[in-house]
Design a protein around this ligand. Sequence first.
Ligand code: FAD
Length: 290
Amino acid sequence: MRANVTEYSLVAPPTLHEALRQLASDPELTPIAGGTELMVALSAGRLAQKTLLSLNHLRELRFIDAHDDTIILGAGATFTDIRRHEAIAEDLPLLTQAASWTGSIANQNRGTLGGNIVNASPAADTPPALLAYGATLTLISAAGTRSIPYSMFHLGYKQTALAPGELLYSVSVPRRWPGYRSYIRKVGTRNAQAISKVAIAALARVENSTIRDLRIGTASLRETPTRCGATERALTGQVLTPATLSTLVAAARAALGTEARPIDDIRSTARYRAAVAANLVEEFLGQLAG
Ligand SMILES: Cc1cc2nc3c(=O)[nH]c(=O)nc-3n(C[C@H](O)[C@H](O)[C@H](O)COP(=O)(O)OP(=O)(O)OC[C@H]3O[C@@H](n4cnc5c(N)ncnc54)[C@H](O)[C@@H]3O)c2cc1C
């Protein structure tokens, strides 16, 4: 059933400080940034919360600051802001690519990094890259700020570490990856404007044919965006050459099988997702070996 919009109200505090104060006094207020998730839910009559707290106009949340070792993105940075940022394109290409294939241009102009993270879809586009890069989140409330590794933010399906009264403030991403090679693929129904059936973003440092570090972030392989620790451990320290490639691919497939928990849903089947994820890891290993 379509929603009756007159049942909803929206408050738009002029500053972040005032937004946090209002959220502290009424934790039921629902933050809305670009609205590309929430307005779809509202329009479809699926948005239970009736009072929205607008963040969209808050300049304090919309920034990208490039420092020597990190790039810090405000939660209100849009996909377009990310896609067009030169330092991100230079040092964090996985993030640029993820932002570039999120939805349509209209989505990218409006949708925010904060909304993508807090919406907590296991299929969202930026989380695999943020997991591979080891991003840290800063959360903010009227009581102050705290930082947590992004890998600890998703507690379960659509459950996050945000406490009542807290907002996501920023995302800090280490930008120096000397000697790393990167890989990212999103597999969906179409090449553009499709939610992923499965996606992988990965980084690897290979020295003297030995895998020294491997970081694999995935979407749609579990109930939350997930880093594949078992697969990483199975491959790290191994010698990767064209001669050992098939052995390592077998080890990767076995390890991935122990940690992937894909589901059947309207977009795909668990079997397809598991098979494609293993193929993508194999593709990355093949590139590294080559
Ligand atoms: C047609 C269409 C195509 C899409 N395609 C893709 C796609 O390809 N890939 C993809 O990943 N997503 C896609 N999306 C989903 C959506 O565009 C993204 O998830 C986007 O990043 C949401 O950001 P937003 O600012 O619009 O979030 P909103 O809708 O404003 O909010 C989403 C959630 O985040 C919360 N929130 C937002 N900001 C904060 C904050 N700072 N602190 C605390 N909570 C916050 C809100 O309360 C809400 O729960 C698509 C959506 C549509 C409608």
